[in-house]
Write a new protein. Sequence first.
Length: 187
Amino acid sequence: MPILYPSMSLRSFFKRYLPEHHKIREHQYIRHFGSLLHDPNIWHLTRRSSAGGVAAGLFCAFIPMPIHMIVAAAVAILFRVNLPLAVIFTWVTNPLTFAPIFIFAYKLGTRILDVPERQVEFEPVLHKLIHIWEPLFLGSFILASISALIGYVAVRMLWRLTAVRKWEERRKRNIKNTEDRSQESGN
């Protein structure tokens, strides 16, 4: 897991680990957005665009269909937030986490709708989806909303904390430099 060092800003952290723009633009599904990918706002790493990209990616990660990345890219373009972060954060649901996440979403949905759980094997799930879609989609929507909100707030707070830390370091450095200059001139 990458570590955010005390002297590292969140912007430099993201830049370090995000793929290059041209690699994302050339992705077989993303490239269909064409000229919309030339909007510079979807590539900038600002506090707003980064938090929005993380939120969009986390929200789209909980869509119970295999179109996460495409939807996340469309949402990022629509809201003009960071597209690479939106696409990357859809990978929260991956082959290892897919089943536990959507089983939990289904169980959450059944509890909220107060309907009995059905035994569903996840092998031939498409023809059984008609029986479980309401609780699955409700649970997925709730998980998506909560995770997007948490992701958005977390990035905004981390961004702010790293900015304050850098300001404090700069202020201390300036005070030290001023003291050093006054000592040199006093000698």
